[in-house]
Structure formats: structure tokens, C-alpha cells
Design a protein around this ligand. Sequence first.
Ligand code: ZN
Length: 265
Amino acid sequence: MRGKRRLREASLIGVAPFSFFGRWRERRIQARYPIADEVWQEALAGCAPARRLEEARRARLRKLATLFLQRKSIQPVRGLELAAADRALLAAHACLPVLNLGLAWYADWSSIVVYPDVFVPHREEMDEAGVVHHARDVLSGEAWLQGPVVLSWPDVLEAGTPPGHNVVIHEMAHKLDMRNGDANGYPPLARGMSTPAWTEAFTAAWDRLHERHESGLALPIDEYALEDPGEFFAVASEVFFEQPALLQTQLPALFEQLGLFYGAP
Ligand SMILES: [Zn+2]
């Protein structure tokens, strides 16, 4: 999750094999429910990482977004209304992390609840001493294990403000991370990736940022990353798509691992 400013290795390649029938069904969805050109252009206007993609990958993003809109239920609540371009914008942000991985990586959940503003989930948590706390944090987004993604619409629109922030990518990163259990910064890795290399890059980056933080130095990415390894992965994923050059310069090994996982930003 993210406040207002605030396993095992398993390749998922085999989870949804691209059968002939599957491809045929996808093509039928593309044909029946296309995202209209003007709607897509409006969505791109609000999604800087998508605008930066080379043409072929942007076309693939559009296809994924079309399928995403058919397969996921986007539920605006509390009077919020979302136009076609709003939904396409949400889908564009959400599909960036699976541009290379494929939409099957989102197969274990189906809905996105969108609030008209930041929201305050009321939940009780029991700590190690058995004390129940009533969490009253104000959130701009959260991802439930095997449940919905919840988003604040103004925060979706504020992608890139401040630079590096993107609440949709953040929550989608948690969803990918949760493919193998809790959001702990260790998602199932893509084919050909090395667990030791991933762990080493993330641990080294984590240690380096912690040291800087404790010395009172500014961090190259949002300090919310230091909340826990799951948030570290989610925040790093935001920066990977929103400010790839910055991440590549500041944390090159981490950038390389995220590139192997997500594909080039
Ligand atoms: Zn989070």
C-alpha cells in the first residue's frame, strides 16, 4: 500500500499457455471492444511512461489495455464517474508492468475499486503482543492479497507528481510480488533470471539507501521505499517506469534486475 505521501522461484510463463483458442479469443476481444483512437490518445496524454515507449511496444500496450478493460472490473465508488478515456488511462498505467510478462500475471485478481479521493480503510491488526490496533492511515492505494486493488483517483491522475511517483504501478508491483505469497520484494522471477542476482542487487540498494537515510542524506527515490522490502520493490518499480534514467544512474544493479523482470522501461 502507499500512504498519502505516503516462495519460491517459479516461472509463470506456463500459467496461461498461449493456446490457439486463447489467441483467437484475444483477437476477438480486440476486434469487438477496441479502444477508440481518440480515447487512446487521451489516455497516452496522461501516461508519460507509455508515451516514451517505442511504437511497437506502445501498440502492444494498447492491446494489453484492451484485454485488461475486458477482464478486470473497474468500480468507481462514492459518486465517482470514470469516462472511457479515464478507464483507458488506468489500464495503460496498469499494463506497463506486464508489457513483457503478459497479462496472465494478473490472473489471480479481478477488480479495481476507485475512490474519488484518498481513503481511510478501517481495519484491525493484532501485534505480536496480542494488542489489536485500529489502523486509520489515509491511503492513496492498496493491493489486497488475492483481492482487489483500491485506488484514489486524484492520485492516479497525479502520476509523475512528484517525479517518480505512480500509484497504479506501485500497486501493480505489489500484485506481481504477491504471486508467490506476501509482498516481500521477491516476486516470482521471469524466465532466465537469477535469484542470487536479484537478492544481491536489492539488498545492496536497500543497505545503501538505509545508510544514506541514517546519515540524513537525501535519497534518490522516495524514502517510503525503506518501509519494508515489499515497499522497496514497489517504489523502485514506480521510479523504473517514471524516471528510468535516474534509477539507472543511481542504482544501476537494481535497474538492471528490474529491466530483466519488466523489460526495458
Ligand atoms: Zn505499497
